[in-house]
Design a protein around this ligand. Sequence first.
Ligand code: AR6
Length: 173
Amino acid sequence: MESRIELIRGDITKLEFDAIVNAANKSLLGGGGVDGAIHRAAGHQLLEECRTLNGCETGEAKITMGYQLPARHVIHTVGPVWRGGNNREDELLASCYTSSLEVAVNNQCKTIAFPNISTGIYGFPKERAAMIAINTTKEFLAKSKTIIKVIFVCFDEENYNLYKNRLNEVGKA
Ligand code: AR6
């Protein structure tokens, strides 16, 4: 069977997928990094819809429309801030991937793109985050046939190389 996991280097706001995932903060009212890029590209209606959601807990996910984005939906998830590794960071990051995939399935999204959640402003070690992202996604796909494509979108070369190596090691789903 052809792989359902793909890797690209680029800008997630350009992708025409059923859903792109936003690495948001608990307010869901915008910020820097990929969150800022998504809000800029989607337009002010995204912020208006986000205001109705009453925020989001770390490790959870909520969906909106994509507005002016080529993607139909945005799934907003809140990654953990890295605080040394003993504050459930691994578990919470894994939960971002699982929750986002569950939200996708519940909203008939079959193609979904992820950024490298928590590895920018939130400071999560990149290699550790890549392993969690890939392992969690593979586990989910093994149990769910609904999702036909998951794409990891790496903005920086370091993340891209880490993902490439890891995917070569473990094989794709
Ligand atoms: N497309 C894909 N990936 C991107 C893009 C883009 N256009 N822009 C940045 N990245 P970050 P976090 C990558 O900091 O660590 C915001 O202020 C970036 O290179 O966006 O989860 C929120 O509001 C990095 O690898 O998110 C929160 O307050 C990855 O996206 C906070 O930042 C994640 O970096 C969340 O921090």
